[in-house]
Design a protein around this ligand. Structure first.
Ligand SMILES: Cc1cc2nc3c(=O)[nH]c(=O)nc-3n(C[C@H](O)[C@H](O)[C@H](O)COP(=O)(O)O)c2cc1C
Length: 344
């Protein structure tokens, strides 16, 4: 069965409307992306990214996707003119053959046609997704990852520039997005530190098609983060982050205060054992109870601009207003005032 056949049997659970409320994806986040956040994003008319690995087993994942689709279908029936965004599943290339086949077939049956690949070689996953009529976006924290994914046939690239939450890149978006656009005609999302309507415009100005926001959505009512985590994001600035590979192999941005909570000195972290960051043994050097993502918290430099914990619908409404109200004429007015004064 193809994704399109899946949609035909469940038209109300897929994407509806001529367009999204905004060209925006709520990026998939380990622990954070829960059923409530996904329902809120989809009913607000944006793409909702859900990591498959947020569920220990297949049954838990299936129950969550069904719950999301049923709630969205109810909302859609009650609000026939509302724009509904699709669900996008972030799936690991490390699943074994049987798991991969079962997971993709289930997603297809549920009308999920968009997938996200973060780490590892996505070539096989790209073929499998295409075979069932789906599309796939691949993360790129550096140009070489973007080039590999494009070569392997990715439909889109999540260009993760410097200052992002989670496993961030280090290259400026100005270079990363423009350079990917120069060699790729597919969809590009811009990620890393985006939090407001202006950043969505900036993504498009650089040649990206969508904004990919993670940290901004942690500080929402629906997100599956502890209140103390949300508060750290509201109160913190970029000085409160440390970018390090010292927590398990891959460099990421972490909230210093969440390390301190476990008695860890962010500037003097114990040596990691050198294992892969996805492997449990990579955390053996940390104190008991200190677990990256679960109790040691990640955020991007967007925390500079995050001052509240709204509902997702409030946030998306605000982003839309900011996006629509952005006025380039205001810049000309400021420049003219400067030049007129300087040359008077
Ligand atoms: C707490 C947290 C958990 C994350 N977990 C995942 C994940 O499970 N899968 C994934 O592909 N990306 C994950 N990311 C990365 C995001 O999908 C996205 O690339 C990033 O949040 C964008 O940067 P921003 O947070 O500055 O908006 C995570 C990011 C954060 C902050």
């Amino acid at each position: 069965m193809s994704v399109m056949q899946g949609r035909a049997t469940g038209a109300r659970i897929g994407w509806r409307g001529e367009k999204l409320t905004l060209p925006l994806i709520c990026a998939p986040m380990f622990f954070i992306s829960n059923v409530d956040l996904m329902i809120a994003c989809r009913t607000a008319g944006i793409v909702a990214g859900l990591p498959r690995h947020n569920y220990r087993d297949f049954e838990g994942f299936k129950a969550a996707v069904r719950q999301i689709n049923e709630a969205v279908a109810r909302y859609s029936d009650a609000n026939p003119s509302a724009l509904i965004g699709p669900l996008a599943i972030n799936i690991s290339v490390a699943l074994d053959e049987v798991e991969m086949r079962e997971n993709l077939a289930f997603c297809c049956e549920q009308g999920v046609g968009i997938f996200i690949s973060a780490t590892g070689n996505p070539t096989d996953l790209i073929h499998r997704v295409h075979d069932q009529g789906g599309k796939i976006l691949c993360d790129a924290t550096a140009l070489r990852f973007a080039e590999k994914a494009i070569g392997a046939g990715a439909d889109g690239i999540n260009a993760i520039g410097s200052g992002g939450g989670g496993h961030s890149g280090t290259l400026s978006h100005l270079a990363l997005v423009s350079k990917i656009r120069a060699q790729f005609n597919g969809v590009i999302t811009m990620a890393g530190g985006l939090t407001d309507g202006a950043s969505i415009r900036a993504a498009q100005a650089l040649g990206a098609d969508m904004a990919y926001m993670g940290t901004r959505f942690i500080a929402t009512r629906e997100a599956g983060a502890a209140d103390a985590y949300k508060q750290m994001i509201v109160e913190g600035t970029s000085k409160d982050l440390i970018y390090t590979a010292g927590l398990g192999g891959a460099p990421a941005n972490w909230l210093r205060a969440s390390l301190a909570q476990h008695g860890l000195d962010p500037d003097n972290l114990p040596e990691p054992p050198g294992g892969k960051f996805t492997h449990k043994s990579a955390y053996e050097h940390l104190p008991a109870g200190a677990r990256p993502w679960a109790t040691i918290w990640s955020a991007g430099q967007g925390i500079e601009l995050i001052n509240d914990v709204p509902t997702v619908h409030e946030l998306v409404g605000r982003l839309k207003r900011e996006y629509e109200e952005l006025d380039p004429e205001a810049s000309y007015a400021r420049v003219n005032a400067l030049l007129n004064h300087a040359t008077a």
